[in-house]
Structures are given as structure tokens and as C-alpha cells.
Design a protein around this ligand. Structure first.
Ligand code: ATP
Ligand code: MG
Length: 322
């Protein structure tokens, strides 16, 4: 169990964290989510003492980390950064085993452990062990970073926006990988992201942060059902809007079907069914009063409003039914 007890972090002219209280249970996959500058990294780094709080305490299983011997503390805590942060002059196998060197593992045992984990994350050791970091894709480098963090069987792993530099496909694969490793190894994971969709997908529980203040903590379902305030609600709405595609509007029966003579529709923009309602709103904003073509349909501004209103009606109905 990790407890943040009235934790504050001040710099000269900024308060990065303000009187924060939070408990993370052992074996949880806990996500810290919030916009840039909200204090997520500051909080995460207090666990392995890369940051010392200005006031307050951080306790692991009831013991203040401030009193722990630094190397001994960090032996039990894996750390994964946004970019793999691999040493460029060391091979994949050397990078992945670096924690085990520090712990004095025998070469044969170390080799076996590293190669086993490389296979587990989908990197064939015969192919990848001798490669240098410059010969890896971003996703492969992050996999090596994950192996390195997990190699010494840590009690917990801290991950600071580990996938934010990756393309959507690699990102999805690595999200699944972390979920799977978390389940198999039962390790506590604290995962930082500024992406609400990623937070919802990954989290057992999550904490929403803003300007150094904890806004809400709970399971994804709890937070979605009862956002604590307008900020948290807004964070969700952004996500809901982003995941509404124009195909949804057309499928719901909005807009006018264009038959035969498409020229008769005075449309100034064309979007595809996989664009989102946000793109549609932007097109209307740029060309007020005109319609937008999506495949064989023409959408007017009123259609967008009617569609969004139908979601509100649907959602209020669900609330009322609870
Ligand atoms: N060493 C420092 N000195 C002064 N201010 C700092 C320092 N480290 C962080 N801050 C400030 O503390 C606040 C929180 O920073 P932090 O890095 O924790 O945010 P974050 O939520 O991780 O943001 P991001 O999503 O951009 O990584 C910011 O306003 C930042 O400018
Ligand atoms: Mg950060």
C-alpha cells in the first residue's frame, strides 16, 4: 500500500502539489490523469524519492520512504519513462539487465531472466538481444524499457506517460501488454497519462488531478457515473466527443441522403465517416450556414445539434434509471 499523507510540493513561485491525500492499494493498476502541469510527475517521483515533498509524507506499507535507504528502496521500484531512456552504447540485453547487474545476479541467471522477459513482451531474444537501441522502433524500445523495469521482480512499477510518443497501433499493443503483465505478475503499477481514454482503459482506479489538487479518485465507472465537479465532467465530455464519429450521426438517421444529382446540395466541405463530431463542428465554424457532405449524406448545423441533444437525452434517461 502506498499512502500520500498531506503531501505538498512548492517551488519558488509554483505550488506543484497542494495538501494531497491518496492511498494506492497493493497490486492495483492505479492511473494518475490530468492536464500538463497538474503535478502527476511530481507525485510519481515522490514514490522512489526522485522528489522529496516540501511537507507531508509518503508511506509504503506504513513506512515513511524518507527513512529508507535509497538504493534499497529503488531496488523494489521499476521506472518507465516516456521514451525508453535506454543507454545508446549498450545492447538490448545489456540495457534490459542493468538492474540485475546492480543486484549482482550471476550472468547465466541474468541472461535467462532477460531473455525470458524479452519473449514475454514479443521481442524474440535471438533476434533482438544483440541489437543496439538505435536499431529499434519506438515501440520496441519501450518494450525493452518495460523489461528493464520488470526484470528484478519489483514490488511496484512507476510509468510516466510511457506510450505518449507512440503511434496509435503500437500504443494499443503496449497498453494490452501492460494490462497482461500486470495481471500475470500482480505487481502494483502507477501509470501517469494526460489521456482520459487511456486512463479509462487501463485503470483499476484513477485519480484526476488539476493544478496540483486532487479532484477525484475512484474506479472508471464511479467517476464516469458521478464526476465530482465540472472539471472532471469536462475531461469526460472531451473524450465522449472525440469518440463520436460521423458514421454514428448518419447511422442514427440524421442528415439528408443525397440521391443522384449531388451537385444540387450546396456543400462547402467534405468529411469522411471516420471523422469525429469535433471535425464537423470545426467545418461548420469555418463555413457558417453551409452543409457538409459525408459519403452520400449532407449534414447541416441543425443535424449536429439535434444529434448531440439526443445523446444528452439518452444520458439523462440513463441517469434517471439509476
Ligand atoms: N524542478 C522544478 N522547479 C520548478 N517548478 C517545477 C519543477 N518541477 C515541476 N515544476 C512545476 O510543477 C508543476 C507540476 O509539474 P509536473 O511535472 O508534476 O506536471 P505533470 O502533470 O507531470 O505535467 P506533464 O503532463 O506536462 O508531464 C508545473 O507547473 C511545473 O512547471
Ligand atoms: Mg509529467
Amino acid at each position: 500500500m502506498i499512502q500520500f499523507d498531506h503531501v505538498t510540493q512548492s517551488y519558488d513561485d509554483t505550488v506543484a502539489l497542494r495538501d494531497l491525500n491518496l492511498t494506492i492499494e497493493s497490486h492495483e493498476l492505479f492511473v494518475l490523469v490530468g492536464p500538463s502541469g497538474s503535478g502527476k510527475t511530481t507525485l510519481l517521483k515522490m514514490v522512489n524519492r526522485l522528489n522529496e515533498p516540501t511537507s507531508g509524507r509518503v508511506l509504503i506499507d506504513g513506512e515513511d520512504v524518507a527513512g529508507r535507504e535509497l538504493n534499497e528502496l529503488r531496488q523494489h521500484i521499476g521506472y518507465v519513462l516516456q521514451t525508453g531512456a535506454l543507454f545508446p552504447n549498450m545492447s538490448v540485453e545489456q540495457n534490459a539487465g542493468i538492474e540485475l547487474d546492480v543486484l549482482g545476479w550471476k550472468p547465466e541467471k541474468k541472461r535467462k531472466r532477460v531473455r525470458d522477459l524479452l519473449s514475454r513482451v514479443g521481442l524474440n531474444p535471438d533476434k533482438f538481444a544483440e541489437r543496439m537501441p538505435s536499431e529499434l522502433s519506438g515501440g520496441e524500445a519501450q518494450r525493452v524499457g518495460i523489461v528493464r523495469a520488470m526484470a528484478a521482480e519489483p514490488l511496484m512499477v512507476l510509468m510516466d506517460e510511457p506510450f505518449s510518443a507512440l503511434d496509435p497501433v503500437s500504443r494499443k499493443q503496449l497498453q494490452d501488454l501492460v494490462l497482461q503483465l500486470h495481471e500475470e505478475l500482480g505487481v502494483t503499477v502507477i501509470f501517469v497519462t494526460h489521456d482520459m481514454s487511456e486512463a479509462m482503459l487501463m485503470a483499476d482506479r484513477l485519480a484526476v488531478m488539476r493544478k496540483g489538487v486532487l479532484q477525484q479518485c475512484g474506479t472508471p465507472a464511479e467517476i464516469m457515473a458521478k464526476p465530482a465537479n465540472d472539471f472532471v465532467r469536462g475531461f469526460f465530455l472531451d473524450r465522449a466527443a472525440d469518440s463520436r464519429y460521423l458514421s454514428n450521426i448518419v447511422d442514427a438517421g440524421f442528415g439528408e441522403r443525397i440521391s443522384g444529382d449531388t451537385e444540387s446540395v450546396a456543400s462547402s466541405a467534405q468529411l469522411s465517416a471516420s471523422d469525429t463530431v469535433v471535425d464537423l463542428a470545426a467545418a461548420f465554424h469555418a463555413h457558417p450556414g453551409s452543409s457538409v457532405r459525408v459519403g452520400h449524406h449532407a449534414l447541416k448545423q441543425e443535424d449536429l445539434i439535434a444529434y448531440l441533444a439526443s445523446i444528452a437525452v439518452e444520458r439523462n434517461g440513463e441517469e434517471a434509471a439509476k
